[in-house]
Design a protein around this ligand. Structure first.
Ligand SMILES: [Zn+2]
Length: 269
């Protein structure tokens, strides 16, 4: 088998866009890989559409299904899209460049390429850029976002001022995440903020100090994705502390519509 790979042959089944063929020649079997006449051009088309940078994986897999790119399924079943995982795998598959990889080493394959090197590199650049931007976004996300409101604005008669979340980076590179009131207008000096660390402590304190009525416990039980026993829900503070941030977010949104926190004035900070 490894001799075959060394010569650029394909081990096992070729990826979508190709067909494995078996021919009987001079008394022995000869296996080779050919471009699938229908799906081959669709692989090329997928790279072309992705290069426009207008589609995410889900949109692209739906669109390609309309073009006829589907998973191999039983002829009686309706065709299914290759899905986001399929698209992700396809767009990073070096086999389409005409390359085979065997034990970490790449060699020119015996199969014809479906895309050019430039198309492939272009797709990798788009993928890398999207990953970097989603990392930036998730870094600027906090599980309390959407739950915290400005207490000062509440007292001033505006109970719906949501606190925004951001972080600043000090000269030493030290990160300082905080929530702040983004209210503008008649009060130019209203610069309220609260460090994320204190906001988290305040909310944890709230969970430790409350008792949930049975109807709220039932509501939480229905909303949380994993089952929590009645006994666990009777100690909401302890439950809150042991859960991950995603579940904490759900718990906050289920039980509190708004949480008002005491903020500091940035002028005096
Ligand atoms: Zn405010």
């Amino acid at each position: 088998m490894s001799e075959k790979a060394k010569r650029g042959g394909t081990l096992g089944r070729a990826p979508i866009g190709y067909t494995n063929t078996l021919q009987r020649r001079d008394g022995h079997d000869s296996r080779s890989v050919q471009i699938d006449p229908i799906r081959g051009p669709l692989i090329h088309r997928t790279f072309e559409l992705f290069a426009t940078d207008r589609y995410n994986y889900e949109q692209l897999s739906d669109l390609m299904l309309k073009h006829g790119l589907s998973r191999t399924s039983h002829p009686d079943q309706p065709p299914r899209s290759i899905g986001t995982t399929g698209i992700a795998r396809l767009l990073t598959c070096r086999y389409y460049l005409g390359i085979v990889t065997y034990t970490g080493t790449e060699r020119p394959g015996q199969h014809p390429p479906l895309i050019t090197r430039q198309q492939f590199d272009n797709a990798q650049a788009i993928i890398a850029r999207r990953q970097a931007s989603s990392q930036r976004r998730s870094r600027l996300d906090h599980y309390l976002k959407g739950t915290l409101y400005c207490e000062k604005c509440l007292h001033a008669g505006s109970p719906t001022r949501l606190l925004s979340y951001t972080e600043s980076t000090g000269r030493s590179g030290h990160r300082f995440p905080y929530f702040y009131c983004a209210q503008r207008g008649p009060q130019p000096r209203h610069r309220q903020y609260i460090p994320a660390k204190y906001a988290e402590q305040h909310v944890t304190q709230i969970w430790k100090s409350i008792q949930l009525t049975s109807s709220y416990r039932a509501l939480l039980q229905r909303t949380l994705q994993h089952f929590r026993s009645e006994a666990v829900l009777r100690r909401p503070g302890r439950l809150y502390l042991t859960e991950d941030t995603e579940t904490r977010k759900t718990m906050n949104q289920t039980i509190f519509s708004r949480i008002y926190l005491p903020t500091q004035d940035a002028q005096h900070a």
